[in-house]
Design a protein around this ligand. Structure first.
Ligand code: ZN
Length: 266
């Protein structure tokens, strides 16, 4: 996608894995995913290029972003402190989801993350800046590579998925939390490439388009309006439409609880 930055896309949910080449054959691996076969293929590909994981990053504490395998070696795997806490607290649920969707992983390596305080990933390679927020999941940490302008957005800024809110967001404000997270990403200067956790890599203009589409989606759902979003129309979008219905209910509840009667949708 950029010099020294590689993205693989799995068949399952178009899940992306990002590899950043560093010094002396070391590399940073972000969100390796998703099946056992996918991780095996990743390990072989890295070995074939003479790359060895020396650090890893999980963008957020959902099962498909905290995977690892023995052939990937013993790199330090980081996430934000809030993400690590959430992954530990929700471990039984994460394991259940993993076993339902992508069984066969080594559970001793699953979701074993070290909290990284601060904003700079400590590794011998290109600068990697962590952008932490609580949209989509607690302690969601996107990674920006200033030298190449690559933003690894985690489960945000997708061309195939609508914004997926963390309904259990701390502070009870999933929409506000998501808006804040999106604003954090939108404010990053010099994004030339965006890599979503699920979907296709986009350029600078596409990044702006997705940010605008996501703010537009949030506006419409929060206002109780109908949403015309092409991401809800795809053939594989049944589960997304179910999420959308849940989020609409969340938006309507917010409206009826906080708005004046004149603004109520009925
Ligand atoms: Zn997620």
């Amino acid at each position: 996608m950029a010099p020294g930055v590689f993205v693989a896309t799995a068949r399952l949910y178009a899940t992306t894995t990002t590899v950043v080449a560093g010094a002396d054959g070391g590399c940073l691996v972000i969100d390796p995913a998703v099946t056992v076969a996918d991780l095996d293929a990743l390990a072989s590909w890295l070995a074939g290029r003479g790359l060895r994981p020396v650090a890893a990053w999980s963008t957020h504490p959902h099962w498909d972003h905290v995977l690892w395998s023995r052939p990937l070696g013993d790199a330090v795997r980081y996430a934000t402190p809030r993400a690590v806490t959430a992954a530990e607290r929700n471990r039984p649920g994460l394991v259940r989801e993993l076993e339902e969707t992508a069984p066969g992983h080594d559970l001793t390596l699953f979701a074993r993350l070290r909290p990284l305080p601060g904003e700079r990933l400590p590794w011998p390679g290109p600068r990697a800046v962590v952008l932490a927020h609580d949209a989509h999941a607690p302690g969601h940490g996107a990674v920006f590579l200033p030298d190449t302008g690559v933003l690894i957005a985690g489960d945000m800024c997708s061309d195939v998925e609508i914004p997926l809110l963390d309904a259990a967001a701390a502070g009870g404000d999933p929409f506000g939390g998501y808006r804040h997270g999106l604003a954090v990403l939108a404010a990053v200067p010099g994004v030339r490439v965006v890599v979503p956790g699920h979907g296709h890599v986009g350029g600078a203009a596409e990044f702006r388009r997705r940010v605008a589409a996501d703010f537009g989606y949030l506006d419409a759902v929060e206002a109780g309006l109908d949403v015309a979003d092409e991401r809800l129309a795809g053939p594989a979008a049944a589960w997304l439409r179910a999420e959308h219905d849940r989020q609409r209910a969340l938006g309507l509840r917010e409206l009826t609880e906080s708005a004046s009667p004149a603004r109520r949708p009925e």
